[in-house]
Design a protein around this ligand. Structure first.
Ligand code: SAH
Length: 362
């Protein structure tokens, strides 16, 4: 049975399902979920992420983590946590840079938060090639990560978390859900009549009528957990994702297959499903949890402030012509306004009253 058939049967028995439920099934169904089946990354996969574009990304984030560790008082043991680590490339590059900050590499216990067994196996392989002082630990959810001072990194993690959509009709909110098409052949979106007032971020409550809004309760819950962890034990978090700085109406749920847009309801489990991240909503949850949100700033500005051009120059000095071209292309892709430089944003979470971490001072 395909996932589409499973979902059609489930909806026929129980009624329409929320979009969040649908996304969760499409991405993480134990047998058919997109992340549970195969490795989706890279040129042969469906999309390519910043750490897969260039080692410079992870190296700079490793230094950021090291400086944040110093700013948190250089605790003798620190959790270096990555949420949704994909192939493990970012963590491996961060760990290669960690020894540049004295004492940091020795203090780190790596925690990988990953629910996909296939990706976990790839991450284990990737990390086996890096020198680590402590054995890395895998968890299925952030809530399971050991207590203690933590540096928490998430790149393109929040965009993969389930969202809900609501259509504003006059003063009412109609949930948009997934139903079976009237002819029984496939899935379709429908609007339900309004019932309860949904729990929306403050920036969305007063939008104009006749628009769609999106909210990710899971993203807000994880943000609250991360913020509480930092408030209680110290450290910092860095969220990097594509999205908007201010909450805004509009529909951003999209599916990507073989680097092309795809109908999100066709062949669930076969395409990546994402939605833009509402950084204002996350920041509001950070403050509500007692921590301090910094940014978001554009990824291009953040990486420039961390010295990506200087890092590229030093790699270029050792590079052959082909490598030089790759380095220049990667620099452009990561920082150019027309590429990932502006749509991708970076937000930090620190303790209330803590100084501003590197990359945000402009
Ligand atoms: N950070 C990586 C991969 C991004 S793709 C990179 O930049 O290349 C999203 C990652 O989040 C995948 O590793 C996926 O398996 C994981 N993931 C998605 N939903 C998750 C969830 N609810 N809990 C834990 N991991 C999740």
């Amino acid at each position: 049975m395909s996932l589409e058939e499973i979902l059609i049967e489930r909806i026929s028995n129980n009624g329409p399902m929320t979009i969040a439920d649908f996304m969760e099934q499409a991405l993480t169904h134990p047998e058919h979920g997109y992340y549970m089946r195969a490795d989706p990354f890279g040129v042969n996969g469906d999309f390519i992420t910043a750490p897969e574009i260039s080692q410079m990304f992870g190296e700079l984030l490793g230094l950021w983590a090291g400086v944040s560790w110093m700013m948190a008082g250089s605790p003798g043991s620190v959790n270096l946590v990555e949420l949704g680590p994909g192939r493990g490339t970012l963590m491996a590059d961060m760990m290669r840079a960690a020894p540049l900050v004295e004492g940091f590499a020795e203090a780190i216990v790596v925690h990988m938060v990953e629910m996909s067994p296939i990706l976990r196996a790839i991450q284990e392989q990737t990390l086996s090639e890096v020198a680590l002082c402590e054995t890395p630990i895998w968890h299925k959810a952030f809530a399971d990560v050991n207590e203690g001072a933590s540096i928490i990194i998430a790149n393109e993690f929040f965009d993969a978390l389930p969202i809900e959509q609501y259509f504003k009709a006059g003063d009412y909110w109609c949930p948009r859900v997934v139903d079976v098409k009237p002819d029984g052949d496939g899935l379709c979106f429908v609007l339900l009549p309004p019932f309860d007032e949904p729990d929306l971020p403050p920036g969305l409550i007063n939008v104009e009528s006749d628009v769609m809004v999106e909210v990710s309760p899971t993203a807000l819950d994880i943000t609250a957990d991360v913020s509480q962890r930092i408030t209680e034990y110290g450290g910092a978090a860095l969220f990097i994702d594509y999205g908007h700085s201010q909450s805004a109406s509009g529909e951003t749920l999209q599916a990507l297959k073989n680097h092309k847009y795809h109908d999100p309801l066709i062949d669930p489990g076969q395409a990546d499903l994402t939605a833009h991240v509402d950084f204002a909503a996350l920041a509001q949850r950070v403050f509500a949890s007692g921590a301090r949100a910094i940014g978001p700033v554009a990824q291009g500005n953040f990486l420039s402030a961390l010295g990506i051009s200087e890092r590229a120059d030093s790699l270029l000095r050792e590079a052959n012509p082909q490598q030089a071209e790759d380095i220049n292309n990667a620099l452009k892709r990561l920082t150019d306004v027309e590429e990932m430089g502006e749509l991708f944003k970076v937000m930090a979470v620190v303790q209330q009253g803590a100084p501003i971490p590197p990359g945000f001072d402009k």
